[in-house]
Design a protein around this ligand. Sequence first.
Ligand code: MN
Length: 139
Amino acid sequence: MHITSNRPDTQQGPAENFTGSVWLDEIAAPAAPSRLRVFNVHFTPGAHTAWHRHPRGQVLHVLEGEGLVQRKGGDVEAIRAGDTVWIVPDEWHWHGAGPRTFMTHLAVVEAAKDGTTTEWDAHVGPDEYPAGGSPDTPA
Ligand code: MN
């Protein structure tokens, strides 16, 4: 058993994979044979991921605020504190804050055998993210 009290520094989500300001706190990445990876992800208003998919799927559990999630070919759907989303393996999707709201979610994945957790694709276009202003631009 191991209790973590001193966390690694929070990491800013890189611009090639995220739009707007996103901060990731590693909660758990236990050694093999576990392949569990847990992050607490903080999205500022308007911030969101690029399109991506996870080889073993992903659980998102919203801790705070209101956000958005969309799977390829589906509608943009609202998520809020208390909601849990299961994204099936290899389903292309994005997630993030609403245009005017902060959102924090736990992100839980199982890495593939080669360690891969995420495959990234293009940024979410301005015609795909709901209207309401650009990230980090005051209304
Ligand atoms: Mn995801």
